[in-house]
Design a protein around this ligand. Structure first.
Ligand code: RP5
Length: 283
């Protein structure tokens, strides 16, 4: 997978209701995804979740005209550029760079256009009780720190949205601390210790992916994009300093074996395949 390539999308076109109880998506078959293909009668329902409308971290309603959005630019503290290049803006409304999703407006996403996220893939080799690497089909098995998402129960990489004014590198550390080490539930002293430890261990990472994510929450006018970085602990000693504890949006945190059998949230399985490839691991 090219790290900047625009991927297609299917999870955000799946049949049934939009995640979290939204309306049923207007059907979009594979051939009708690109905006360049005519789709007479395409009439997706507009949906923006109440929690998005009520959050003060969300964008203004685009139709209120209160905010003049600067799409494809850094708009005050919000980066509205896309890793995929310039995306179309039609009548002041940003259009999904991959194409139709069957839902208009923002759904459960807080921003119009790209919603930037960051994903921290922490890996180690799986070892048996004798300390030897576990091998499958002739290749060593990798493990990564996984979370179970509270919103949909799916297994995922610890990650989250970039806050206004935040550097993506800060988001990576913050989200990993919040979801895998429960840093929001400890004293401020403890939080600082966690931050220092994560900063040290995550000092060197390898970029796995930057671009559009096939997130089930994507809509015609709001979508997620991410930067996924792999922090690999070759000896397995460094990550022993961590006590994993689920927090914030994570219901559980655990080491999971990487392999094709894993079915992860959004495009996370694709990222795992790339990690396994570059590390010469089983997939
Ligand atoms: C995915 O949504 C990204 O890859 C990232 O893991 C996640 C961010 O959303 P929240 O976890 O903050 O809901 O598209």
């Amino acid at each position: 997978m090219d790290s900047t390539k625009v991927v297609g999308h299917s999870k955000c076109r799946s049949r049934g209701n939009y995640p979290g109880g939204g309306p049923v998506r207007f059907p979009v078959s594979d051939d009708k995804v690109p905006w360049s293909v005519d789709y007479p009668g395409y009439d997706p329902p507009e949906y923006t979740a109440d929690r998005v409308l009520q959050s003060d971290r969300s964008d203004e309603d685009i139709k209120s005209g209160k905010h003049k959005f600067r799409f494809n630019e850094v708009d005050k503290k919000v980066d509205r550029r896309s890793y995929t290049g310039r995306y179309p803006v039609v009548n002041g409304v940003p259009m999904n760079p991959v194409g139709r999703t069957g839902i208009a407006a923002r759904g459960r996403l807080r921003k119009w256009g790209p919603n930037h996220a960051a994903d921290a893939i922490a890996t180690r080799w799986k070892r048996g009780s004798n300390g030897e690497q576990v091998v499958k089909e002739g290749k060593p098995v990798l493990q990564f720190i996984a979370i179970r998402r509270q919103d949909n129960g799916e297994t995922a990489i610890p990650g989250g949205m970039v806050e206004a004014g935040e550097q993506v590198s800060e988001t990576l550390l913050r989200e990993f601390g919040e979801e895998a080490l429960s840093s929001l539930d400890v004293s401020s002293d403890e939080r600082l210790k966690i931050k220092a430890l994560v900063t040290e261990l995550f000092a060197h990472g390898d970029k796995i992916y930057e671009g559009y994510v096939d997130d089930p929450r994507n809509t015609d006018n709001a979508w997620t994009e991410t930067l996924a970085i792999n922090f690999h602990d070759d000896t397995g000693v460094a990550f022993e300093k961590f006590t994993l504890k689920a927090g914030d949006d994570a219901a559980e945190v655990f080491w999971a074996d990487i392999g094709h059998e894993l079915n992860l949230f959004a495009s996370h399985s694709d990222f795992m395949q790339k990690v396994a490839e570059i590390r010469g691991a089983y997939y």
